[in-house]
Structure formats: structure tokens, C-alpha cells
Design a protein around this ligand. Structure first.
Ligand code: EPU
Length: 337
């Protein structure tokens, strides 16, 4: 365990942006993490997981602690379910593949989401009709202030659409070190109704899919729409899909009858931000090395040497244009640092 100075974070953020950490250390165990926190109490601390949901717009004048805790295991099981614990530093997709190989159901729709296990509860990641909260049991976290371990139950996490207590009430107070998911061993709850999954399966003549086949379908869809951060820097969806009051939406819809929407409750609808951005003419556009992906307008990309500031400018331009055109504010999903 060694602290490095003026350390480049380019390989630690999926946008591939160059920014330096004043100090940097990777920790491989909870004990190491506790020790580092204790020894550096006077320091500003910045926690880095997989770096898949952040936009770095400046150097980090702090001690960056990279959570590199590895390991996954079954901690309990009964006839129907298995409780699997993963350390925070495991790559999410590798973990999903491990559950599928063991025929544990529940995470297959979330195949290929970039990032590490430890950040999945922070923004309640989700895709194709499934969210982490559907299988999440609890997570363990270290308090930055006094290094004590605390277990957060699902109720305490207060999950919402890309939201949790970790983005709100306890933001910057805890570091998640491991997560427990409850998965099915049989009678898997197959959910293929969302979006293109069913079409992808039909195309391959699959009518009663296995977990692996669902995962493969999701991987194929994501690959066709979403850029691979290894080839083109990005952070997945840059914006959240805005949620509007039905009464407000109806007024906007009179002006834009073709606007797409999903009912989410009696009183609210969700509008796909990707549609709004495409309608505003941004899809596939490029401003220097910053741009909007050609297949999914919700994804901003770094064509090579874009700075975080340049990508931020593009995102502001999009937000302002959408607001002027539709009267709808779209909020960033990515953490802007
Ligand atoms: N759309 C457009 N133009 C675009 C993109 C989308 O018109 O450029 C329309 C589509 O035609 C479709 C609707 O918008 O009717 C929704 O598109 P899609 O199914 O691609 O999903 P999304 O709402 O844009 C969300 C998540 C993704 C997740 C997909 C699939 C958010 C912010 N994003 O995107 O999550 O993979 O659903 O479930 O909720 C991520 O969070 O990083 C992420 C990639």
C-alpha cells in the first residue's frame, strides 16, 4: 500500500479524461481502508470506484482512495434462493456473468453495465425493466469520520430512480465495501417485456430463454446502441429521463403530440431524454473531441482528447436547448466533479 503523487486518473474514468490526483492509493481490504482513513483524517478524501459514472472537470486536490476490494461468495441459501456477497471492487459485468454461470437469477437484464459492484446501490443502477433494488438485500460501508462499519438495509437505502441515500442524506459520509444480493435458484423471474429484448430473442428463435440467453440478448442490444468505453470514452446515460407531472406533460404534449412517454404512476410520466435530445438535433453531433453518440443521444462521448470542461459545456448547451424547446429540464445522471 503506497501513496502516489500527481497520479493520472485517465485510466480510472470511463470518459478517458486526463485529470490528476494530488495523492492516490488503491486499497485491497476493509482494514487497509480503515487504516488509511484514520491516518489521513486531516486530508480531503475522494472515493473512486470504477469511475464509470463521473465527469472529471478538474484535477483532484485530495487523497483519492481507489476501492479495489475483490471477492465474491455465497453466504446463505435455501431451496429457492441464494444470498451472494460481492466486494465493492469487483467489476459489475464479471459479477453478473458469475451469477449466470451458477444459474442464479435476477441480474441478467443488467448485463454489461460498466462500473464496479460498490457503486451499484449508489445510483440504483438499472436497465431493461430491472433495477438493483429488486435483488439488493444490504450493503456494508465504512464511515469516513470514525471508520466504523455499518450495514445498510434495503429500506435504509431509500432507493428511487437512479437515487439512494448515498446520493443524498449520507453523501460523502460512507464508503461501500460490499453488497449482498438475493437471487433465485429456480423459477427465475424472467423479465423480457422491456424494450428490444423480446425482439432480440425472437430473432434468434428463442421462446423460453435461459438466464444466459437473456444476458446475451441484453449484451447484443447494448453493444448495438451504447459505445464500449474501451473504444470510445463515455459514461453511459449522461442525463436522467425527466419525470413530469401528468398535468404539465399534457400541456407540453399539445404542442408536441409525438413526444414519447411512459406512465410511471397515476400522476407522473417519464419522458425519454434521448428522444428530446435527438429532436433537438444533437444526435451524432460533434464539438471538437466532445460529442453526442450517433446511436443513443443520451450518451455523451469523448472522441479522444476532450477535457471534462468541454464535455460539460456540451451538456449545458443540450440542457438549455431542451429547456427552450420543450420547457423541460433534464438533469445530469453522471456526477460532475
Ligand atoms: N430514444 C430516441 N433517441 C435516442 C435514444 C432514445 O428517440 O437517441 C427513444 C427510443 O426510441 C425509446 C426511448 O427513447 O423510445 C428510450 O430509449 P432506450 O430504450 O434506449 O432507453 P433510455 O431511456 O434512453 C434507459 C437507461 C439506460 C438503460 C436503458 C435500457 C436512464 C437514464 N437510462 O435509457 O441506462 O440501458 O434505459 O433499459 O434511465 C445508464 O444509466 O447509463 C444507461 C445506459
Amino acid at each position: 500500500m503506497e501513496i502516489q503523487h500527481q497520479y493520472s486518473l485517465k485510466n480510472h474514468n470511463t470518459f478517458g479524461i486526463e485529470a490528476k490526483a494530488k495523492q492516490f492509493i488503491a486499497v485491497q481490504s476493509v482494514e487497509e481502508l480503515q487504516l488509511i482513513l484514520q491516518q489521513n483524517r486531516a486530508q480531503n478524501i475522494f472515493i473512486l470506484g470504477g469511475g464509470s459514472n463521473m465527469l472529471l472537470t478538474r484535477d483532484i486536490d485530495a487523497l483519492v482512495i481507489h476501492i479495489d476490494l475483490k471477492g465474491k461468495k455465497v453466504i446463505a441459501e435455501d431451496e429457492n434462493f441464494v444470498w451472494v456477497e460481492s466486494q465493492a471492487g469487483e467489476n459489475w459485468h464479471d459479477f453478473v456473468l458469475y451469477t449466470i454461470e451458477n444459474n442464479y437469477g435476477g441480474l441478467e437484464n443488467m448485463s454489461l453495465i460498466p462500473g464496479n459492484v460498490g457503486t451499484t446501490p449508489v445510483q440504483n443502477i438499472g436497465a431493461y425493466g430491472t433495477e438493483i433494488k429488486d435483488t439488493f438485500v444490504s450493503c456494508q460501508a465504512v464511515a469516513i469520520k470514525n471508520q466504523e462499519l455499518k450495514t445498510f438495509t434495503k429500506e435504509e437505502c431509500n432507493f428511487g430512480y437512479r437515487e439512494s441515500i448515498f446520493k443524498n442524506e449520507v453523501k460523502d459520509h460512507y464508503i461501500i465495501t460490499s453488497v449482498v444480493y438475493k437471487l433465485t435458484k429456480k423459477e427465475h423471474k424472467i423479465n423480457v417485456s422491456y424494450g428490444d429484448i423480446i425482439n432480440e430473442l425472437t430473432k434468434n428463435n428463442i421462446s423460453s430463454p435461459t438466464l444466459k440467453e437473456i444476458s446475451n440478448a441484453v449484451i447484443a442490444i447494448r453493444k448495438s446502441k451504447l459505445p464500449d468505453p474501451k473504444e470510445l470514452g463515455n459514461s453511459g446515460s449522461f442525463f436522467k429521463n425527466p419525470i413530469l407531472k401528468k398535468t404539465d406533460f399534457i400541456k407540453i404534449q399539445q404542442q408536441f403530440p409525438e413526444m414519447k412517454f411512459y406512465d410511471i404512476s397515476e400522476t407522473e410520466v417519464k419522458v425519454p431524454a434521448g428522444w428530446l435530445i435527438e429532436q433537438a438535433g444533437f444526435k451524432g453531433k460533434r464539438f471538437g473531441d466532445a460529442g453526442i453518440h450517433k446511436n443513443q443521444a443520451l450518451v455523451l462521448v469523448n472522441y479522444g482528447n476532450a477535457t471534462g470542461q468541454e464535455i460539460l459545456e456540451v451538456s449545458k448547451n443540450i440542457q438549455e436547448t431542451i429547456y427552450k424547446k420543450f420547457g423541460i429540464y433534464i438533469e445530469a445522471e453522471v456526477n460532475v466533479i
